[in-house]
Design a binder for this molecule. Structure first.
Ligand SMILES: [Fe+2]
Ligand SMILES: [Fe+2]
Length: 158
């Protein structure tokens, strides 16, 4: 088995996020809140680790720079909308429409990463480097997940 490249790992996580959105769009009340929390723990560390490991590498190359800057702006919009959803909770009338907009936004972003950014990245990042980036990505992502879980515990203890 060849070692996974960073695109393989990101693709798998994109699929997991998309499945969570499908469940979340059908859910209500406490179940919706639980699914939204799981989605955040998957999506936020994914974006932060992309920004820490893959995006800086792609900002260095003229053929991937524009696509990467667009990706960074899309991450910011996603963060912003997540904060809005966090602030209202599942009983609010705006919850469901905001979840739908978030799902569309993330779906569009994932399509651009997989359809445009990654194919361009493959032209400048060697297979060996893409394997190394996969390892670095997983390390970064795991540390962001731990940070989030620690913060959640501290919030719960207050
Ligand atoms: Fe991604
Ligand atoms: Fe992304």
């Amino acid at each position: 088995m060849p070692k996974p490249q960073i695109y393989d790992i990101l693709h798998r996580e994109h699929e997991e996020v998309s499945e969570l959105f499908h469940e979340l769009e059908e859910a209500k009340g406490a179940k919706a809140l639980e699914l939204f929390t799981r989605l955040k723990i998957k999506l936020v560390p994914h974006a932060r680790a992309e920004e820490a490991v893959l995006y800086p590498r792609l900002l260095d190359e003229s053929n991937t720079e524009d696509e990467t800057r667009e990706g960074i702006e899309e991450h910011k919009q996603v963060d912003h909308l997540i904060a809005e959803i966090d602030a209202i909770g599942p009983d609010h009338e705006a919850w469901t429409p905001k979840i739908k907009v978030l799902a569309d936004m993330v779906g569009h972003h994932v399509d651009e990463e997989e359809g445009e950014m990654f194919p361009l990245a493959r032209q400048v990042v060697s297979d060996r480097e893409a394997e190394k980036l996969a390892e670095e990505y997983e390390r970064e992502r795991d540390s962001f997940v731990q940070d989030l879980e620690r913060t959640a515990q501290e919030d719960a203890a207050e």
